[in-house]
Design a binder for this molecule. Sequence first.
Ligand SMILES: Nc1nc2c(ncn2[C@@H]2O[C@H](COP(=O)(O)OP(=O)(O)OP(=O)(O)O)[C@@H](O)[C@H]2O)c(=O)[nH]1
Ligand SMILES: [Mg+2]
Length: 459
Amino acid sequence: MSERSDDFLFDQVTINVQAGDGGNGAVSFRREAYVPHGGPNGGSGGRGGDVWLRVDRGLNTLLPFRRKKHFKAGRGKHGSGKDQNGAYGKDEIIRVPPGTVVRDADTGELLADLVTPDQELLVAEGGRGGRGNAAFASSTNRAPHFSEKGETGQARRLYLELKLIADIGIIGKPNAGKSTFLASVTAARPKIADYPFTTLIPNLGVADIDERSVVLADIPGLIEGAHAGAGLGDRFLKHIERTRVLIHLLDGAAEDPLADFQAINAELAQYNPALARKEQIVGFNKMDLPDAQEHFENFVRNVRRNVPDVRHDVPDIRRDVPDARHSIPDLEVIPISAATGEGVRELLHGALAILDALPPEEKIVETETMPVFRPTPDEEQFTVEREGKAEGVSIFRVRGVKVERVAQMTNWDQDEGVRRTHRVLQAMGVNDALRAAGIQEGDFVRIGDVEVEWGEGSL
Ligand SMILES: Nc1nc2c(ncn2[C@@H]2O[C@H](COP(=O)(O)OP(=O)(O)OP(=O)(O)O)[C@@H](O)[C@H]2O)c(=O)[nH]1
Ligand SMILES: [Mg+2]
């Protein structure tokens, strides 16, 4: 992945997401007239907000992430007296375009391929709220003087990559008129100009035709060597992978439209043979110009002869038929003028007919890395290791989902709360494991960000 192309293409980005921390639980007691010792009524903190990705069909680039790469959900409100629980933290919803492939940036694990509009993915979970002292009241402790802190929200780095999803991809050399065509059949208003590489980010448009909607992607122009990255071609070609039918647009007024046609097809084949096998229909553009009119007949006559060569990698029994050119599937060539609108509906209809003839289920969803199977970690499990030794004092590290959560949610300045935590850790077997590991009076124990001194009876 080159930084160079990221600057303006921006179809891949790493972002940071941080879910909200849970609110803290409160310590509070009822105060009523004539009741000298009211019961505990400290409410619990609210859950922290989650971070979600949501597919927004109106987006077709990751460009907004150029400015904003950090996302944070709201923290839960703290609990308070009179059994008031804190409000939940606000969720953070990050909008992404359809076709966003989501990976954990640190492990590379594929989390999801977000292809359907409004699809949602939970990417960081909010921390739970800390319990207030009311929640700890029991027959043995009717007036607990402690509460929990809120749990820290999950933080994560995500790698997002956009691979557009469209029914029809419009491909061709730079300046062929792809964007003009898109604009003529959809409401999209891409930039159009009389120089190559006007389009740098694929444009999406929706064509309403025959009472249905089809999504078209105007892919930036391809040049020779595209498959190897020339003109950023490899970045554009990957978008073609997720289109089902190709409209191959030619500048009919160019010097040699047939050579252009073959060059592009060769790039497709070299990038990925499956691309060369994708169904195509040709739009022979700029027919309003005399040069194009002049080239048209010749193109149609010769293109058929050349198609089997272009699709040389297709295992097709028909290639063995002596006169292959009559038996290859007909490549439709529609003369059009994207500028005047002549023939554009016909071209679109032709592409639709091909689309409809395709088998309904064609895999477009990313599977190149299957999600890794991870058994849900046993929360109770933990490990103990000696982390270091300094001036005769050892430091032990305890790791585990539950131990870390318990330690993090403890208010270490509340004696009763600290004692309760000790009991929980004792019951989990943490103390025994530390003794077995050789811990001595005066050593330190680290759990998450917490560090406590070890004394017999203290932990
Ligand atoms: N005469 C004529 N000019 C056209 C036609 N279609 C497009 N053009 C012109 O050709 C030039 C290129 O058109 P674009 O639509 O920007 O071409 P493109 O294929 O999107 O180009 P890139 O984005 O650079 O790959 C513009 O000046 C258009 O006005 C047509 O049918 N007839
Ligand atoms: Mg363009």
